[in-house]
Design a protein around this ligand. Structure first.
Ligand code: DSN
Length: 479
C-alpha cells in the first residue's frame, strides 16, 4: 500500500509539474482543490471521492478518439479500442445491476435522462407512426409527415416528482427542457408525512394519463416502492422511467433490494456514475431488451461523441462496485445517514419526513429563523460544505430556500462511521444555533446576510479538522 501511495504521489507530482510548465494557474487550482477537499466536511449528497484508479483512468489519450455510434457501428475508423472500453463498461453495468441492456455513453445525468426520454418517444411514438405512414426511417418522411410526427412528439405527457418535493429539474420542471418538450404534471408528497402518497399518485395519473411516469429524486430522504410505481404506470399505460442518479450506489451495493430496486420494475433507468456509485462524472442508461435498441440511438440522436476516457473510468468504477467491499460501503452510507439524522433530531433540528432511510437528510432550518442560503453560507464559514435546497411548499422559494440537503456518501468513503457522524450532527447544530439573520433597513430579517456568534466557526473548523485528519483522503498521496 505504501509503495502504491508513493508511486501515485510521484506520478501526480510529475504530472502537475508538466501542467505547471504550460499553465501554472491550472496546476495551482488542481493542488488547491485537493487541499480544500481534504480540509472540509463534504456533505453534499451528490458528491463523492472517486478512487485513484478511477481518476487516473480519465487522464489518458483515450480522450483523443472520436467514436460516434455504438460498439461495432461507428461513424469513424479505428475505434477498436473504444469498442473494447465501451463493451467492458456495459458488461459490468449489466452484471452489477442485473439489467438486460446498458448504455454507458451519456456525459452527465441530464444527458442520460435526455437519452431516456428520446428513446421512450422513439419506441412509443416514432416507430408506430413510421409504420402507420409506411416509412422505414425518418428519412423517408415528407414535409407534411414530419409536421405530423413533430406534433405527436410535442403533445406527449410526463409526470414526475415536483422540484420542491425532491424531484429533479429534468423530471418536468417548467424551466427545464423536460418541462418544455412535454406537457407535464408534477406529483408532490403528503403534506403531513412528507412521503409519496401512492394512492393519490394513482388517482392523479388516471386523470393526467402520462406517456411517461418518472420515479426517482434528488432530495427526497426516503426509499421508493418501485413495484407500486410499476402498478401505477401499468394502470395508465405509461412507460416507467426511473432516475436513480442519487441512489445508484445503494442499488449496486444491494441496500435497496426487492421492491426498492428499480431495475426489475422499470422500462428504462438512468443514472449518474459519480454520486453514491463513486465513479467518474458521467451518466448511464439501463433498459429492458424492448427499449435497448432505441436507447442505443442516444448518439447521434441526442449525444455527440462519447468520452472514451470517461467510459473507461466508468468500467473501472463499475468493476470496483462489483467487489464485496462496495456492498459494505453502501450499507455504511445508509447506516451513517440514519446516525446523522438521529443526531440532528435529538439536538432539535427539524428534518423533512422526520428522518431518512437512504443516503440523504433534508434539514428544514426555518425554526432557527434562517433561510437555506444563510445556513449554507454559515456552515461553509465553519468548514462544512452543504447545499441549500427547497423543502415542500417552500415559503422562501427555490433561490433562498428553507432547507439544507446533506448526505453521507463522501465522508463514508473517507471512513467516517457512527461516532464521527454523530459529532458532525453536533457541529452542524452548533453552527445553526449560533447563526442569526441580519436585519434589513426595513427592520425585518434578511434572507442572505447573517452573523455567527464569535468563535463558533473557528471551533467547528478545529473539531472538523480532528475528524478529517483521523480519516485522510487519499492517504499517502503527497504532492
Ligand atoms: N446536481 C445534482 C444534485 O446535486 O443532486 C443533480 O443535478
Amino acid at each position: 500500500m505504501a509503495d502504491f501511495a508513493s508511486t501515485v504521489s510521484n506520478i501526480y507530482s510529475q504530472a502537475l509539474g508538466v501542467i505547471e510548465a504550460v499553465e501554472p494557474r491550472i496546476a495551482a487550482a488542481t493542488r488547491a482543490e485537493l487541499t480544500d477537499q481534504r480540509g472540509s466536511l463534504k456533505l453534499i449528497a451528490s458528491e463523492n471521492y472517486a478512487s485513484l484508479p478511477v481518476l487516473m483512468t480519465m487522464g489518458t489519450w483515450l480522450s483523443d478518439k472520436y467514436a460516434e455510434g455504438t460498439v461495432g457501428h461507428r461513424f469513424y475508423a479505428g475505434c477498436q479500442n473504444v469498442d473494447t472500453v465501451e463493451s467492458v463498461a456495459a458488461e459490468h453495468a449489466r452484471e452489477l445491476f442485473g439489467a438486460e441492456y446498458a448504455y454507458v455513453q451519456p456525459h452527465s445525468g441530464i444527458d442520460a435522462n435526455l437519452v431516456a426520454y428520446w428513446s421512450i418517444l422513439s419506441h412509443r411514438i416514432e416507430s408506430p407512426t413510421l409504420e402507420r405512414l409506411g416509412a422505414k426511417t425518418v428519412n423517408d418522411l415528407s414535409e407534411e409527415d414530419w409536421d405530423a410526427l413533430r406534433a405527436e412528439f410535442n403533445s406527449q405527457r410526463v409526470m414526475g416528482m415536483s422540484l420542491d418535493a425532491g424531484g429533479h429539474l429534468t423530471h418536468g420542471f417548467r424551466h427545464n427542457i423536460s418541462g418544455k418538450m412535454f406537457k407535464q404534471h408534477s406529483y408532490g408528497t403528503n403534506p403531513e408525512t412528507g412521503l409519496i402518497d401512492y394512492t393519490k399518485l394513482l388517482a392523479d395519473a388516471r386523470e393526467f394519463k402520462p406517456l411517461i411516469l418518472v420515479a426517482g429524486y434528488s432530495a427526497y430522504p426516503r426509499r421508493v416502492n418501485f413495484a407500486k410505481m410499476r402498478e401505477i404506470a401499468d394502470a395508465v399505460g405509461a412507460t416507467l422511467f426511473v432516475d436513480m442518479a442519487h441512489f445508484a450506489g445503494l442499488v449496486a451495493g444491494k441496500v435497496f433490494t426487492g421492491e426498492e430496486n428499480p431495475v426489475p420494475y422499470a422500462d428504462v433507468v438512468a443514472t449518474t456514475t459519480h454520486k453514491s456509485l463513486r465513479g467518474p462524472r458521467g451518466g448511464m442508461v439501463l433498459a429492458t431488451a424492448e427499449y435497448g435498441p432505441s436507447v442505443d440511438r442516444g448518439c447521434p440522436m441526442v449525444l455527440g461523441g462519447p468520452l472514451s476516457h470517461v467510459m473507461a473510468a466508468k468500467a473501472v468504477a463499475l468493476a470496483e462496485a462489483r467487489q464485496p467491499s462496495f456492498a459494505t460501503y453502501a450499507q455504511a452510507v445508509a447506516d451513517n445517514a440514519k446516525t446523522l439524522a438521529e443526531g440532528l433530531l435529538k439536538r432539535g433540528v427539524n428534518l423533512v419526513t422526520g428522518g431518512t432511510d437512504n443516503h440523504l437528510v433534508l434539514m428544514d432550518v426555518s425554526s432557527f429563523g434562517l433561510t437555506g442560503r444563510q445556513a449554507e453560507s454559515a456552515l461553509l464559514d465553519a468548514g462544512v460544505v452543504t447545499n441549500r435546497n427547497s423543502v415542500p411548499n417552500d415559503a422562501n422559494g427555490a433561490w433562498y430556500t428553507s432547507g439544507v440537503r446533506i448526505g453521507t456518501p463522501a465522508l463514508t468513503s473517507r471512513g467516517f462511521g457512527a461516532a464521527e457522524f454523530d459529532k458532525v450532527a453536533e457541529l452542524i447544530t452548533d453552527v445553526l444555533k449560533a447563526t442569526t439573520p441580519s436585519i434589513t433597513a426595513a427592520g425585518t430579517p434578511g434572507k442572505a446576510k447573517y452573523a455567527i456568534a464569535d468563535g463558533v466557526a473557528e471551533r467547528t473548523k478545529a473539531a472538523a479538522a480532528e475528524l478529517l485528519d483521523a480519516n485522510p483522503l487519499y492517504p499517502g498521496l503527497e504532492l
